[in-house]
Design a protein around this ligand. Structure first.
Ligand SMILES: *Cc1c(COP(=O)(O)O)cnc(C)c1O
Length: 459
């Protein structure tokens, strides 16, 4: 029996081996991510500035660049046990299909009803809202994964959950909407008549199908104007990356169990939360000078924040009401084309991921969507799981790297994040199957209006 055959198809951790603390990579960063700025004063946001919008404990986590480990409260650990530890799967079938000497592993986060990693942070955010004695939370959702995860988390803690869902998704993804309602959330198509900003947008643009930026503005307004409510966000923020570090900590523990050291770690990047979570413990080792890895962020060619964006202060939302974050961004005025990986259509990127990329701790590549779906199809056919379009960006690059190993004969170990399943994305698969999916790469001229929308902070 060869050495590698001893490694099981799925490496599971025992419940007793699950992480009991989240890891905050900011503690080990010499160049800390730049602070959030108040959009009115351009001064760093303080605890008091933020606590009207977010729960107190989440604000503390957001602002803490020094504490390396945060205890995971027992109730959150219990909830995690319903669907975690998630398996680290050895992609033996994919390796065979590619005829590569590379060893490929993926961390599968789609093993819960919401179908993605977003539940890891949703449950934490709902917990702290409940702890604070709040009545409920508001949020926006585009493709619907975050809204679904938050609905599940809120029903667990008996919190009200108001989701503003981009109108076009509300109409085109009725099944997502019904999952949220089944968990007790109220789902409002955005823009709506329920907020001032919604009414204003509807008056200016009657018949608009909505946008994420508009839904954010409505959710924030609903939170700050309703007693006992706060706003929650599913990606981009430091607190979300902290919660998502559970992905990387479990991955590292599973690899360590078998003495496996990865050479390449790959994740898809929308707002950067799954990628940041997956790589945090590994980046921490790099920052402390203990190990070296190649980390690759993968983004859609149609929304290339890292590979073609500017490293600058920008608004987190298109409505320009949220704090300013320093990040790789295409500008809050950038309107991405209709790429089918809805979860990756964000103009900016987590400040932590942006800083790590800026400091050359990771690489970034962009990929075109037909190539992404080709990889998704190949993966589904041999490994069984139907991947989310977002996750398939990471699959594409994992396959490309494995094929390079085939050429060179190198037995590299590749780990990638499989963030979710694609059952609600069958319209996209249908386009691919029918051969009518197109690739869109913005020209430099197409990117100009977005850059022109950047605020005058570090120009
Ligand atoms: C939301 C989502 C993403 C992208 O979000 P990040 O914050 O960049 O992780 C990736 N995959 C799936 C399945 C998602 O739902």
């Amino acid at each position: 029996m060869s050495e590698e055959k001893k490694i099981p198809y799925k490496i599971y951790l025992e419940e007793s081996e699950m992480p009991t603390q989240w890891y905050n990579v900011r503690a080990d960063m010499k160049n800390k991510p730049a602070p959030l700025l108040n959009p009115a004063t351009k001064e760093p946001m303080s605890f008091d500035d933020l606590r009207g919008v977010f729960c107190d404990e989440l604000v503390r986590q957001e602002l803490d660049n020094e504490t390396a480990y945060f205890d995971i409260p027992a109730e959150i650990q219990d909830f995690y046990k319903m669907y975690r530890p998630s398996p680290l799967v050895r992609a033996y079938f994919l390796e065979k299909a590619l005829d590569t000497p590379a060893k490929i592993y993926y961390k599968f986060e789609g093993n819960n009803t919401s179908g993605s990693h977003k539940l890891n942070s949703a449950i934490a955010q709902a917990y702290y809202a409940k702890q604070q004695g709040l009545k409920g939370v508001t949020t926006e959702t585009g493709a619907g994964q975050w809204g679904t995860a938050l609905s599940m988390a809120c029903s667990y803690f008996d919190l009200d959950c108001k989701v503003y869902m981009v109108k076009v998704s509300y109409e085109q993804k009725p099944f997502r909407r019904e999952v949220m309602r089944t968990y007790g959330a109220s789902v409002t198509p955005s823009p709506s008549e329920t907020t001032e900003v919604g009414r204003k947008i509807l008056a200016e643009h009657p018949g608009t199908s909505g946008s994420l930026g508009c839904a954010i503005s409505e959710a924030v307004e609903a939170a700050v104007s309703t007693e006992g409510y706060r706003y929650v966000l599913g990606s981009v923020l430091n607190q979300v990356l902290l919660h998502q570090s559970i992905i990387g900590l479990e991955t590292k523990a599973a690899l360590d169990k078998y003495g496996i050291k990865p050479d390449i770690i790959i994740g898809c990047a929308g707002g950067g939360s799954n990628l940041g979570g997956l790589i945090s413990p590994f980046a921490g080792e790099m920052l402390r000078g203990e190990a070296d890895y190649r980390i690759i962020a993968v983004e859609p060619a149609s929304c290339p924040s890292l590979t073609r964006g500017r490293f600058a202060y920008d608004f987190c939302d298109t409505g320009m009401i949220c704090p300013l974050a320093k990040m790789y961004t295409l500008g809050s005025g950038f309107i991405p084309s209709a790429n089918h990986a809805g979860g990756l259509r964000y103009h900016g990127m987590s400040s932590v991921v942006s800083q790590l990329y800026h400091d050359h701790l990771m690489e970034a590549v962009s990929v075109e969507q037909t190539q992404v779906f080709k990889a998704a199809e190949q993966f589904a056919r041999v490994e069984g799981t139907l991947p989310a379009p977002e996750s398939s960006h990471a699959i594409r690059v994992a396959i490309d790297e494995a094929l390079k190993c085939k050429e060179t004969g190198e037995e590299k170990t590749i780990v990638f994040g499989l963030t979710g399943t694609g059952y609600f994305d069958m319209v996209a698969y249908q386009k691919y199957n029918d051969g009518v999916m197109t690739d869109y790469i913005p020209t430099d001229a197409d990117l100009e209006p977005g850059f022109a929308s950047l605020p005058d902070i570090d120009k």
